[in-house]
Ligand binder design. Sequence first.
Ligand code: NAD
Ligand code: TYD
Length: 340
Amino acid sequence: MKNILVTGGAGFIGSAFARSMTRRYPDYNIIVYDKLTYAGNLDNLLPISDDENYRFEQGDIADRAALRRALEAHHIDTIVNFAAESHVDRSILSADAFIHTDVVGVYILLDEGRQHGLERFLHVSTDEVYGDVDEGYSVETDVFAPNSPYAASKAGGELMVRSYHVTHGMNTVISRGSNTFGPYQYPEKLLPFFITEALEDHPLPVYGDGMQIRDWLYVEDHVSGIDAVLHKGVSGEAYNIAGEDLHHNIDVTHRLLALLGKDDSLIRHVPDREGHDRRYAMNCDKLRALGWQRQYSFDSALEATVDWYRDNEWWWRKIKTGEYLEFYKRQYGARLAAAE
Ligand code: NAD
Ligand code: TYD
C-alpha cells in the first residue's frame, strides 16, 4: 500500500481521514479525488494543502474516463471510498443523485479498480443499512433492512462490493460507521446544524417527539476505525464502527444548548421525517478484535465540537448561503410554520 485514492475526501469524514493519513503515514501518497458537490469543500483540506504527500484531483467516481486517468497518473494501488450523497432528508426530497453516486458510482469505482489491478478497496458504509433496531445491537451478519432512499442506496453499493469480491476475487473491506460528528461537518446534519443555528438564536426543528436514538461517534474515532479496517481487516469482510454512546435526540439538543449557554425555548417540535428510523445501535466487537478502541467520550467530544463551531465561523458562514438556504426553505419552511 503506497498510493491511496481517497474518493469523497473533500467531505466531512473523508477530509478527516486524509488529514490524518497524510501526517500519520508520511510514506503514503494521499490523492483526494472528489466531485466537489455542495458537500465537498477544499477548506476542509487546507491544513494539509502544502504537504508533499497530498494531492487533489476534481472528478466524479461515476466518470470512467476521469477515474481511469487518476488511477493511472498516480499509480494508485488502494482506494478508500467516502464519496456519497450522505443526507437522509435530501434523499427523501429526491433520490436521483443517491443512485448516481452511492450505487452506480461505487460500481464504476469497483470496475475500473479491478481493471487497473487494485491491491485493496475499502468501502465506507453506514449503520443505516441495518434499518431500525428496536432492541439489541446489529452485528455484521444481520440482514439488511434499509428504510430511507439514502440507506437503500448505501446497501446497494455494499452489495456491488460483495459481488466484486466473490465473483472477481477483489480484495475488499467494508466499514459501517454510526452517526459521526466533529469539526468540518456540513451544517445540514443534526449536530452542526443545531449548533450553528443556536449560535444565531434560530429555532431548532426537532423531528417528532425527539425520542429517536442514535449512536454517536467522534470523527477521529471513526477515522482510526477505518485505518484499522484498511490495514488489518480480512478481505471480503465488513466491520461495524460504533461509538457505543446511545442518546435520544432531544437529550443531545438539551446538552448542546447548555454548552452554548442558550435557552431551551429555541426548541421546536416539528412534523416528523418520513420513514424515520427510531433507533440505531451496533455491536463492534469484531473491530475491537483488530485492536481498535474508541478514544473520545461523547461528552468531551461534544464540548470540543461546540467550541470548534464557535471558533470557526469563517468556515460555516460562507456555506450557509445560496443552495444551503434553498434547501433550508424546502426542508424546514412548512415544518417550522406548522410548529408556530
Ligand atoms: P459528506 O456529504 O460530508 O461528503 C461526501 C463527499 O463526497 C463530498 O466531498 C462530495 O463532494 C463527494 N462526492 C459526492 N458525490 C461524488 C461523486 N459522484 N464523485 C466524487 N465525489 C463525490 O459525507 P460524510 O458525512 O463525510 O460521509 C462520508 C461517507 O461516510 C459516506 O459514504 C457516508 O455514507 C458514510 N457515513 C457517514 C456517516 C455520518 O454520520 N456522516 C456515518 C456513517 C457512514
Ligand atoms: P441526521 O444528522 O440527519 O443523521 P441520520 O438521519 O443519518 O441519523 O439526524 C440525526 C437524528 O436527528 C435523526 O434521528 C433525525 C434527527 N434530526 C432532527 O430531529 N432535526 C433535524 O433538523 C435533523 C437534521 C435531524
